[in-house]
Design a protein around this ligand. Structure first.
Ligand code: SAH
Length: 213
């Protein structure tokens, strides 16, 4: 990649973030910084690079999509992260969202589970190229990542019919979980784990994610 290309991508990224701020999609300065830092064009397939900084989902192969930047922004804000907190992601995809989260908490604190071995291996390549120390496990996200639990926060980038039990079990009390829930029509929920282990949830509108496989 030439320097010219890179500065064009940087300018496009800065415009995209400006737009998200104008549209009130993102307000937390740390999340804004993260969106400004992560090179989304490196996480999308070559043929979609020119669209990397338009605010829409893009195909990433295997019938999966990388979420639109505003959705990554909204979900990341809802997680309410601070540096050093540990985070579990279900649905690595190409790894863009995990990289945004890594900017907030540190890559060594991000654990992500991906069903597709091919997508997981592409994400791993990207993480190592860009020096994100993010851990990827190939498997069924329904199980979470028990060996690394507990986490301060978790989120799903694919939609289950209902929240898999392992996720709240692996989150600390006071921890946040953000997930699209439903088959067909989906709602984005944020759950907060209470001291007695129960979950309080609030709704953040209708969304469209690929189904959890
Ligand atoms: N956040 C990603 C996009 C994720 S798309 C990015 O930024 O690129 C949703 C992902 O969830 C897909 O990669 C899909 O393979 C994965 N997925 C679907 N069902 C899953 C399951 N049961 N366990 C783990 N990952 C799953």
């Amino acid at each position: 990649m030439t320097g010219v290309d890179n500065s064009e991508f940087e300018a496009a990224r800065a415009r995209m973030v400006e737009l998200l701020i104008e549209q009130d999609r993102v307000t937390d300065p740390a999340v804004i910084d993260a969106l400004q830092t992560v090179p989304r064009h490196k996480f999308v397939p070559e043929q979609h690079r020119a669209s990397a900084y338009t605010d829409r989902p893009l195909p990433i192969g295997d019938e999966q999509t990388i979420s639109a930047p505003h959705m990554v922004a909204i979900m990341t804000e809802l997680l309410d992260l601070s540096p050093g907190q540990t985070v579990l992601e279900i649905g690595t995809g190409r790894g863009y969202h995990a990289a945004v989260v890594a900017e907030l908490v540190g890559g060594e604190n991000v654990y992500t589970v991906e069903y597709s071995a091919e997508l997981a291996s592409r994400a791993r390549e990207r993480f190592s190229e860009l020096e994100y120390d993010i851990s990827v496990r190939i498997g069924d996200g329904r199980d979470g990542w028990p060996e690394q639990a507990p986490f301060q926060a978790s989120y799903l980038t694919c939609a289950p019919a209902s929240l898999p039990e392992a996720i709240p079990e692996q989150v600390v009390s006071g921890g946040r979980i953000v997930a699209p829930i439903g088959r067909g029509s989906q709602t984005l929920y944020r759950y907060i784990k209470q001291d007695d282990g129960s979950l309080k949830r609030d709704s953040h509108g209708s969304v469209r994610f690929v189904p959890l496989r």
